[in-house]
Design a binder for this molecule. Structure first.
Ligand SMILES: [Fe+2]
Length: 332
């Protein structure tokens, strides 16, 4: 409401300024026309004086002084016209400057209500050297501090251009920008921000080993054994072509766990699956520590980094939406 009032005020202000400018332009034009005519008269007079100079001695002295007085008056009038023109020019400059500053002020007032930073860079839930020696501080500094930061900044730059995607949670933003398989320009950065936040939380110092309780039970139910799951997860990581991600997901419809791999920035949210664990298979995730030895990186992740504690809490949340067993509460 206040923005609309301010806009109407601004429009009136512009109209008023334009009218004033028009008035001064017309006035200026008239004054300038007169000034342009002036030299003609002066020239006429000069010509006359030149013309008469030849017979100057023939003119009576009273006529000569009268002529000088007339020339003096013409000069005074010319100076006055120049002063008027200068004043008008000055007024025009002042009005123009005032208009420009008003426009900036109006734009500034709109800018004041515009959010310029949409999403922040979340820090991993541990220190950058906490995963050593399996994932080095140098890798975290580069991977989180540069690549992840770059995705956040790229996303915010995209979002600054349009208010259409304002106010979404990251999950919603990923789904909305995936646009049913026709991704919007914001998708890659949005998905990569979400993927990395999820990935940092999928690891912990002293991670790896075996899951427990519900996760282990569900893994054994859906894969036959934890060993089978582990082999399937590693195979998916090593057969992923190019850059991408490997996931342990809970499929809503099938009500079972599954290992999937996705290319580039795509993640399981776009198919409405519930991610439980993720592994970044982009080269920047492992190259500094393992060069091209992807198998070593994946095995180290499974043995020492993956956080089954977080996986358990994610499974517990997922079970609020997906019934993994017979209903315990009779449906009314
Ligand atoms: Fe990454």
């Amino acid at each position: 409401m206040w923005e609309r009032v301010r806009f109407v005020f601004f429009i009136f202000y512009i109209i008023l300024k334009i009218l004033l400018l028009l008035f001064f332009e017309i006035f200026h034009f008239i004054s300038f026309s007169q000034l342009l005519n002036c030299p003609k008269r002066l020239t006429d007079n000069s010509d006359m004086s030149l013309f008469s100079s030849r017979s100057h001695c023939l003119l009576p002295s009273s006529q000569t002084s009268e002529k000088k007085e007339k020339d003096g008056r013409n000069l005074d009038r010319e100076q006055k016209r120049w002063i008027v023109v200068a004043v008008i020019l000055l007024v025009r400059v002042v009005i123009f400057c005032s208009l420009s500053s008003k426009r900036r002020m109006f734009q500034g007032s709109q800018g004041a209500s515009k959010v310029v930073a949409y999403y922040g860079l979340q820090t991993p839930p541990y220190k950058l050297d906490a995963l050593e020696p399996y994932m080095s501080k140098r890798t975290l500094e580069m991977h989180w501090g540069e690549h992840h930061r770059c995705y956040v900044e790229g996303l915010n730059k995209h979002l600054e251009k349009s208010a259409l995607l304002y106010g979404y949670t990251m999950d919603e933003l990923v789904k909305a920008t995936y646009n049913n398989g026709n991704p919007l320009p914001e998708f890659n950065n949005a998905a990569q921000v979400w993927n990395h936040d999820f990935f940092w939380e999928s690891m912990q110092p002293g991670g790896g080993d075996m899951p427990e309780l519900g996760v282990l039970k569900q893994i054994e139910k859906d894969f036959g054994s934890f060993t089978n799951f582990r082999e399937k997860f590693i195979e998916a990581a090593l057969t992923l072509f190019g850059s991408g991600w490997v996931w342990l997901v809970l499929k809503r419809e099938e009500r079972r766990l599954e290992v999937i791999k996705t290319s580039n920035a795509i993640n399981p949210l776009v198919w409405d699956d519930i991610p439980i664990v993720s592994l970044d298979m982009w080269e920047h995730a492992y190259y500094l520590d393992y060069k091209n030895d992807k198998a070593k990186y994946v095995n180290v992740f499974m043995n020492h980094l993956v956080s089954w504690n977080v996986a358990m809490s994610r499974m517990a949340r997922a079970e609020a939406f997906v019934n993994l067993g017979e209903p315990n509460i009779p449906i009314a």
